[in-house]
Design a protein around this ligand. Structure first.
Ligand SMILES: Cc1ncc(C[n+]2csc(CCOP(=O)(O)OP(=O)(O)O)c2C)c(N)n1
Ligand SMILES: [Mg+2]
Length: 438
């Protein structure tokens, strides 16, 4: 076998584990993991701050595979970095009740941050995760105590950028200056029906610039260039970042690379064999070289250290800011203040009729002072939906503001609320008129 350096070995392991699992299931998407393995590897190996042995650790970076059809990429990364996904789980890809369904399903115990598959949703859910990060950091961080400080990373595909919901969410994220977002877009110029020449010829980078994003370009096979772009994106605090990464779907497959054929069906026994030869991967099915496992499992050690350092910080925080620390624990445990239900206004038929939106507004305002985790707004209908928390300022303009002006962006609002709820600390709400769902 050709001598490969450790990076090549790890990347090819991800590629071939993904292609083998899809072949065994006789169903799935090998092309995206094969093309995107290098950028995903750089991100997970060099940047992602997570603890595989405690995937719930609150201050972890979030990773969203918005292109959920490429699920085998995520499962390979989770397995290799020591999360609760085994090689047997990978061999069970797409089987009934397996941990590795065709598209990732929310399972924080396994490190899966959100369900994805409907294109554009992961992108937009990530925007909600960034809103949560900003709100929580404004609530809890004090000088010398960055209790909340994490990035929201994501991998996107052409479909993610074409879906309308991501345009709404991108516009909102740019407006709100959600600088913690760092998305890598797999610009492979292929979708199911063929070349993007058929459907998608705009200058997406310029579009994101116009939304107020920080836009960079990188070659999907130049690991240094990808790493540098992520470093730059981390430095950018006031704009969300997108890195337009030129990739090749099905990289390594001699006859299917750069074709739509490799998007959504197994390579086939013959092409799988040729791909192994082409990548100098004359190894058995589901082969994970021990060196690769050892190298990538260093995430277990670094993950423990990340969390340990954060816990030490939190210990000092408890002493210095005991009330805030108590609030943190309550929010993290999902505890509501004792007797909160007594705060609810009572409505009686004898008081006359009241519109539900008006009753809703009274309830929200009665609870707001006691539930700092309550945050939300409306898609430009606050005066009508009564979503405004009257004593509070606007999210994004004043520190600690909690009235979110979603703008006329109902789809983004819905997805962003999911992202906020996934913090498992906040209780988001959003208002519009149900009839618009028609
Ligand atoms: C909302 C939504 N519509 C349609 C689909 C079906 N679908 C899955 S992948 C895909 C497009 C594939 O192209 P791309 O997003 O570029 O992914 P790649 O083939 O490059 O991996 C489509 C239309 C979907 N998953 N979600
Ligand atoms: Mg594509």
């Amino acid at each position: 076998m050709k001598k490969m350096n450790i990076d090549e070995l790890c990347i090819n392991t991800i590629r071939m584990l993904s292609a083998d699992a899809v072949q065994k299931a006789n169903s799935g998407h090998p092309g995206m993991p094969m093309g995107d393995a290098p950028m995903a590897y750089v991100l997970w190996n060099k940047f992602l701050k997570h603890n595989p042995k405690n995937p719930k650790w609150q201050n972890r970076d979030r990773f969203v595979l918005s292109a959920g059809h490429g699920s085998m990429l995520l499962y390979s990364l989770l397995y290799l970095s020591g999360h609760n996904i085994s090689l047997d789980d990978i061999k069970n890809f797409r089987q009934w009740e397996s941990k590795t369904p065709g598209h990732p399903e929310y399972c924080i115990e396994c490190g899966i941050e959100t369900t994805t598959g409907p294109l554009g949703q992961g992108f937009s859910t990530g925007v909600g995760m960034a809103i949560a990060e900003k709100y929580l950091s404004e609530m809890f961080n004090r000088p010398g105590f960055p209790i909340v400080d994490y990035n929201i990373y994501g991998i996107l595909s052409d479909g993610d950028l074409m879906e309308g919901v991501s345009s709404e969410a991108a516009s909102l994220a740019g407006h709100l200056k959600l600088g913690k977002i760092i998305y890598l877009y797999s610009d492979n110029k292929i979708t199911i029906e063929g070349s993007t020449d058929l459907t998608f010829t705009e200058n997406a980078g310029k579009r994101f610039e116009a939304y107020g994003w920080h836009v960079q370009h990188a070659d999907g096979y130049d690991l240094k260039e990808i790493a540098l772009a992520i470093i730059n994106a981390k430095k950018e605090k006031n704009r969300p970042s997108i890195i337009m990464v030129r990739t090749h779907i099905g990289f390594g497959s001699p006859n299917k690379q750069n074709t739509a054929d490799v998007h959504g069906s197994p390579l086939g026994e013959e092409e799988l064999k040729l791909t192994r030869e082409n990548l100098c991967w004359v190894k058995h099915r589901f082969c994970v070289p021990p060196r690769v496992l050892k190298y990538m499992r260093k995430a277990v050690k670094t993950g423990k250290e990340f969390e340990y350092r954060w816990k030490s910080l939190f210990k000092r925080y408890v002493k210095r800011h005991p009330a805030l620390a108590q609030r943190w624990n309550d929010l993290a445990d999902g505890k509501l203040p004792v007797g909160w239900e007594k705060l609810l206004p009572a409505f009686s038929p004898s008081d006359g009729s009241i519109a539900t939106r008006s009753a809703s507004g009274k309830v929200l305002n009665a609870l707001a002072d006691f539930l700092p985790q309550l945050i939300g707004g409306s898609a430009d209908l606050a005066p009508s939906n009564n979503t405004m928390l009257k004593k509070y300022t606007d999210f994004g303009t004043a520190k600690g503001g909690r009235n979110i002006h979603f703008g006329v962006r109902e789809h983004a609002m819905a997805a962003a609320m999911n992202g906020m709820a996934l913090s498992r600390m906040l209780i988001p709400y959003g208002g519009t008129f149900l009839v618009f769902s028609d």
